[in-house]
Design a protein around this ligand. Structure first.
Ligand SMILES: *Cc1c(COP(=O)(O)O)cnc(C)c1O
Length: 446
């Protein structure tokens, strides 16, 4: 993107596929120092085998690893970088803000500006509290649902991931699925017992859970479009049914839009499907690449949060000025006419090309997409829930992933994750990716 880096978006990388000694050396050192050599499990390539690439820098839609190879990137830091890497306006805002100090532990103006913008953009949010991660957002939203209803149980959906808080680390999709750990040790059985997990896209299963536990259920939390088993959209009418059931039983409906927020639509999944949730969790895009999460919703619920109300929740670095600055620029940019539409249209183009290639090669695999996220599922079965996703040939996905990497395209290193498009991806990127995919699919499915 920036003027002094003319290569940033210049189409297909020429130098992929050579040695990765530096990455491998760093990974060997890292494994001695950090569990599994990483600070978040899915980065480790356990889902696809091999050593992760250590990244030196990113610009626009491209990444460079420490061995100097260039890649078209579809990780986007797992969602936040919707404008692409090191967007000049985001970087400038962070620099400018840092000149005045990095944290005050007192209110500062950028918090007010970002809160106003979020409330303006997200229909279900009347009041918002900033936190530092998606995990904190969902954890706090559950506490709030419990505080508001005086009930203990929570319903979640099998394969949905809501961060790593104890009561949500049950049947939690991607990261855990990739590692083959369905539920984590260390979660007390008494905590796990308060979480009811039911299949996604199955109204009868949710009704049954409420028939059995209705008076004890504080809230239902879901990814309105699931991203954490790969992209799985809601069936027509499903979210409406979830809204109706939660309302009937007096349970709060919590939309976890940490991934889908500003990603499947500018005004989030709730606008796309016309659903009015009680609480909304945000993360990823809202921080523009810096650590931010947020939870918000109806005023009557949010006024329960301290110090307005009795439900305690706090954060030393919450509302951090650098993070607010990055989030503000990112959301303002996305809001400019045509920016989101362009991003969604570019994703459509790539998905169309992938589907054409599958047809041409007579492969019955599924491409699911909503807005600027998509997944190529290596299964013949349409994917509507975790059981469908679990039929994927994850080994073949792994081979495909490496065949793409060799061709200079960095997809997500797991079958059970979403790929992310950014506004910086160009037509040339899309063409190069589609070409690479055709070759890679021939190679691994031939
Ligand atoms: C990423 C994610 C989280 C967790 O956010 P962190 O910032 O990683 O803690 C929660 N919910 C969903 C839907 C996510 O995709």
């Amino acid at each position: 993107m920036s003027a002094d880096r003319p290569n940033a978006n210049s189409g297909p990388p020429a130098d992929a596929g050579r040695g990765t000694q530096r990455s491998e050396e760093l990974f060997a050192r890292a494994k001695e120092l950090m569990p599994g050599g990483v600070n978040s499990p899915v980065r480790s390539f356990r889902g696809v085998g091999g050593s992760p690439l250590f990244i030196a820098r990113g610009a626009g839609s491209h990444l460079w690893d420490v061995d100097g190879h260039e890649y078209i990137d579809y990780i986007g830091s797992w969602g936040p970088l919707i404008l692409g890497h090191s967007h000049p306006e985001v970087i400038a805002a962070i620099k400018r803000t840092a000149e005045d100090g990095t944290s005050f532990g007192a209110p500062s103006p950028l918090e007010v500006e970002l809160a106003e913008l979020v409330i303006d953009l997200v229909p279900g949010v009347e009041m918002v509290r900033m936190v530092n991660s998606g995990t904190e957002a969902t954890m706090s939203a559950l506490r709030l649902a419990r505080a508001c209803t005086g009930r203990n149980k929570i319903v979640k959906f099998i394969g949905c991931y809501h961060g790593h808080a104890d009561s949500l680390l049950i049947k939690a999709g991607s990261g855990a699925a990739t590692l083959g750990i369905p539920d984590s040790p260390g979660v007390p059985a008494t905590v796990a017992a308060t979480t009811i997990a039911v299949p996604f896209n199955d109204v009868a299963a949710l009704e049954a859970a409420f028939k059995a536990n209705g008076g004890d259920i504080a809230g239902v939390i879901l990814e309105p479009v699931v991203g954490n088993m790969g992209v799985v959209p809601p069936r027509p009418g499903y979210l409406e049914a979830v809204r109706e059931i939660t309302r009937d039983y007096g349970a709060l409906l919590i939309f976890d839009e940490v991934m889908t927020g500003f990603r499947v639509a500018l005004h989030c999944a709730q606008s796309l499907y016309g659903i009015d949730p009680d609480l909304t969790c945000l993360g990823k895009v809202i921080g523009g690449g810096l650590p931010v999460g947020a939870y918000g919703g109806k005023r009557k619920f949010m006024e329960m949060v301290a110090p307005a109300g009795p439900m305690y929740q706090a954060g030393t670095l919450s509302g951090n000025p650098l993070a607010m600055a990055a989030g503000l620029v990112t959301l303002r940019k996305l809001k400019e006419p045509g920016v989101f539409e362009g991003l969604a249209a570019r994703t459509d183009e790539l998905v169309d090309l992938l589907r054409q290639t599958l047809r041409r090669l007579n492969l019955k695999y599924q491409v699911n997409q909503v807005g600027a996220m998509f997944t190529l599922f290596f299964t013949d079965r349409p994917v509507w829930n975790w059981d469908d996703a679990a039929t994927c040939d994850a080994k073949r996905y792994a081979a495909f992933f490496h065949a793409m990497l060799k061709r200079g395209v960095h997809l997500v290193p797991s079958q059970f994750e979403a790929c992310f498009m950014s506004a910086a991806h160009t037509a040339a990127d899309v063409e190069a990716t589609a070409r690479a995919a055709q070759e890679a699919l021939k190679e691994v499915c031939g």
